[in-house]
Design a protein around this ligand. Structure first.
Ligand SMILES: [Zn+2]
Length: 186
């Protein structure tokens, strides 16, 4: 699947809630997962493959040991749960500090910037069969989930940056916007 680029309109659309846990959903999850891995990403949202639905994928196995988590109160091996598809996810901040980390995004090739987010979150979501789960996580796992769940609401990481960070990136954003409009116009 082609990854959508800033500033294609679908990236600003809010995702629709998933109600059918069928083979079409499983197909979307599979294709999003393949697309994410091919692009060496650690997360991808449906809007990034052109679909405005509440589905995202995360795979932070490369950062094993850099974060803590529990899934439904347990701590299963990462290989059992990742890549993880989150359907209809809702994120809640857990008590604690915010942290600042440099982020990138598959829809903004080559563009990175510092983003401040809660360090730890609680996530309620459904898997691709519709079973509900509760995830608590921190560190890069929490950051990745928050970045992807933002996408599902049409929110991009540049919206979360401090003004001066975003202003510094403006020339690169302008260039990307121009290239995207050139590519998608024809
Ligand atoms: Zn992104």
């Amino acid at each position: 699947m082609r990854i959508t680029l800033f500033d294609e309109p679908v990236l600003r659309r809010k995702g629709k809630r998933v109600t059918e846990f069928d083979s079409a959903l499983r197909g979307l999850v599979r294709e999003m997962t393949d697309t994410m891995h091919e692009a060496d990403g650690i997360g991808i949202a449906a809007q990034q493959v052109g679909e405005a639905v509440l589905v995202c994928i995360v795979d932070v196995r490369a950062f094993q040991g850099d974060f803590a988590f529990t899934l439904d109160g347990k701590e299963p091996p990462l290989d059992l749960i990742m890549p993880m598809a989150l359907v209809n996810p809702e994120v809640e901040k857990l008590p604690g500090p915010n942290s600042v980390m440099e982020e990138g995004c598959l829809s903004f090739p080559g563009i990175r910037g510092d983003v401040k987010r809660p360090e730890a979150v609680l996530v309620r979501y459904q898997d691709h069969d519709g079973n509900p789960h509760t995830l608590e996580c921190d560190g890069i796992f929490a950051r990745c989930v928050q970045h992807e769940v933002d996408h599902l609401q049409g929110i991009l990481f540049i919206d979360r940056m401090e003004r001066k960070t975003a202003r510094k990136l403006e020339p690169e954003l302008k260039k990307l916007r121009g290239e995207t409009r050139g590519q998608t116009a024809g």
